[in-house]
Design a protein around this ligand. Structure first.
Ligand code: ATR
Length: 277
C-alpha cells in the first residue's frame, strides 16, 4: 500500500525535501509519496489531526513549528527531548512519535572530514535553534563546545544547557579571540550570509587543519566560507546537514538505509536549477 509522507512549515514553497525523498523512493522502488503543506501557526493542531486522519505515516516539521508541535504529540524520542524540538514525526500504531534528526544529521555530515569527535574543540557562531541542536549533538559525541553569540546571554543559556546534558561547554564574545588558534570545527549557524552579506569579523589565524562549516546552503558559498577557504581550511556548506537529517528521517520511518547519494544528487539538481540561482 502506498505510504504518505510530508513536510509542514510556514513558509514552505522553497523546500528541497519532497524531491530529495521522492528520488530515494524511486531508486529503491518504494511505494510512497512525499508532499509539502503550508501550515499557518494557528492551524498547527488541526493540521496534525488532519495528517493523522488522512493516514500519513510520518512528516517532517520545519520553521516555525518545531517546538510548538510537541504539545500535539504523544511520545518524544531522546533526540527530540535533547533538542527540545521536533523535525520528524512518525505515526506508529496510532501513536504520534516526535523525533529530531537535525543534530545527528549535522554530526553525520561532518564525521568523515573531521575523523573523530572526542575531546576535539567545536566553536559555534550563533545560539539559536539550529545552534542548539548541533551543539548538543556534538557534545554528546564528546566534543568540547565554545559558543559565541551576538546576544551573549543566549550563548550562556546554551552553554548551561549543554552542561546539564553532561557536556563540556564555555561561551564568549562574538568576536575573534584565543579560541581561533585551537579550533577543530567551526560552525556558522547565524543567518548572516543568507543575503550575500559579509561576516562581521575575520577568522584570520585559524589553523588550516580546522574544518569550517556554514549551515547556509543557498548561496552555496557564503563570504564566511570563502574567507575560511582562503585561510587554507576545508569547508562544507549546509547541504550535508539537510541531506543527512533527511536520510535519518527516512531511516526512522522506513528502516534500512536511505540511498544517500541519490538523495544528494536530487538536492544538487534543485540547487543547480535556474530558480535557485
Ligand atoms: P535558527 O533557528 O535558524 O538558529 P534563530 O533561533 O532565530 O534561528 O537564531 C538566529 C541566530 O542568528 C541567533 O544566534 C542570532 O543572534 P542573536 O541571538 O544575537 O539574535 C544570530 N544572528 C542573526 N542576525 C545576526 C547578525 N546580523 N549578526 C550576528 N548574529 C546574528
Amino acid at each position: 500500500m502506498e505510504k504518505h509522507f510530508a513536510v509542514i512549515g510556514h513558509p514552505i514553497e522553497h523546500t528541497l525535501s519532497p524531491k530529495m525523498h521522492k528520488a530515494g523512493y524511486e531508486a529503491l522502488g518504494i511505494d510512497a509519496e512525499y508532499q509539502r503543506f503550508h501550515v499557518e501557526p494557528n492551524h498547527l493542531a488541526q493540521a496534525v489531526a488532519g495528517l493523522c486522519a488522512l493516514g500519513f505515516s510520518g512528516w517532517n516539521v520545519t520553521l516555525p513549528h518545531k517546538e510548538k508541535i510537541i504539545s500535539c504529540l504523544d511520545i518524544l524520542t531522546p533526540e527530540a527531548r535533547r533538542a527540545g524540538a521536533v523535525n520528524t514525526v512518525k505515526i506508529l500504531e496510532g501513536q504520534r512519535i516526535g523525533h529530531n534528526t537535525d543534530g545527528d544529521g549535522f554530526v553525520r555530515s561532518v564525521e568523515k572530514e573531521l575523523n573523530g569527535f572526542k575531546r576535539k574543540k567545536a566553536v559555534l557562531l550563533g545560539a539559536g535553534g539550529a545552534s542548539k541542536g548541533i551543539a548538543l549533538a556534538l557534545a554528546e559525541q564528546g566534543m568540547q563546545i565554545h559558543i559565541l553569540n551576538r546576544t551573549p546571554e543566549k550563548a550562556k543559556i546554551l552553554m548551561e544547557l549543554i552542561k546539564q546534558w553532561g557536556g563540556t561547554a564555555t561561551s564568549g564574545d562574538f568576536a575573534p579571540g584565543a579560541w581561533i588558534e585551537d579550533v577543530d570545527l567551526l560552525v556558522q549557524t547565524t543567518s548572516v550570509g543568507l543575503q550575500g552579506e559579509p561576516f562581521p569579523f575575520s577568522v584570520q589565524g585559524i589553523p588550516d587543519r580546522a574544518l569550517v562549516v556554514d549551515i547556509i546552503f543557498n548561496p552555496r558559498e557564503t563570504a564566511f566560507l570563502q574567507e575560511a577557504k582562503k585561510q587554507g581550511c576545508r569547508t562544507l556548506n549546509g547541504l550535508g546537514m539537510l541531506l543527512y537529517q533527511g536520510a535519518l528521517a527516512w531511516e526512522f520511518w522506513l528502516g534500512g538505509q536511505a540511498p544517500v547519494e541519490v538523495m544528494r544528487q536530487a538536492l544538487e539538481d534543485q540547487l543547480n536549477a535556474d530558480v535557485y540561482k
